[in-house]
Design a protein around this ligand. Structure first.
Ligand code: CA
Length: 224
């Protein structure tokens, strides 16, 4: 579903998505989008943050707080100047963003990557991870540290899982993007930093398990 009030952009995105074989529906306002999403249950929403009635972040928050729509993939369309909104959106659980003006090719690649990520259970990645007080259960999408459950977004879960599968290994931002977006045209590396910052905030006292390796990337602390 495309949520965008600017008709030209909406038609451009619709044209390219339909050419790729996706079933597309459209909403020009936030209220209409929320109604349509609940009715049609789309796989992914391309969500413009600047809408005439509800702003995109409000829509994002409502979708993520409703169990029926909490797992819905969201790609935000933002103006380049709206970095704060972009960060807030990722923290609310949006999967990725594309800044305007964007190339349709980039948007399509992101759409494909986000959708593909949900359909590739790999044996080793599907197994439950237990180490150093951590429990990661991919099937249940549950994270707990020392018995306390931690609510994370699907993207944050994938990042934690990627790092935790190989404690002590340093992953570059590109490698993390590859892991969570399945090697499709990688997200801007800044996105990874925002996801990591948001994840650390949610981990609270356990945030020290994710270490920044200056000039390289991130790693999950190795137990010594
Ligand atoms: Ca707009």
């Amino acid at each position: 579903m495309i949520v965008e009030d600017e008709e030209e952009i909406l038609e451009l995105v619709r044209f390219h998505l339909e050419r790729e074989g996706y079933d597309v529906s459209c909403a020009e306002s936030g209220e209409r989008a929320l109604r349509l999403i609940r009715r049609e249950n789309p796989d992914l929403v391309v969500l413009d943050l600047m809408l005439p009635d509800l702003d995109g972040l409000t829509i994002c928050r409502r979708l993520k707080s409703d169990p029926q729509t909490a797992g819905l993939a969201i790609i935000m369309l933002t103006a380049r100047s709206d970095e704060a909104d972009m960060v807030a959106g990722l923290e609310l659980g949006a999967d990725d963003y594309v800044t305007k003006p964007f190339s349709p090719r980039v948007l399509i690649a992101r759409v494909r990557a986000v959708l593909r990520r949900d359909e590739r259970p790999v044996a080793s990645e599907a197994s439950v991870l237990r180490r150093s007080g951590w429990l990661l259960h991919p099937g249940r999408h549950e994270v707990a540290y020392e018995g306390n459950p931690i609510a994370v977004t699907p993207t944050e879960f994938r990042i934690l899982q990627t790092l935790m599968l190989r404690p002590g290994w340093v992953f570059s931002r590109d490698q993390i993007a590859d892991a969570i977006y399945d090697g499709e045209l990688a997200s801007e590396t800044r996105t990874i930093d925002v996801h990591i910052a948001s994840l650390r905030k949610k981990l609270g006292d356990a945030a020290h398990w994710i270490e920044t390796v200056r000039g390289i990337g991130y790693r999950f602390k190795e137990q010594v």
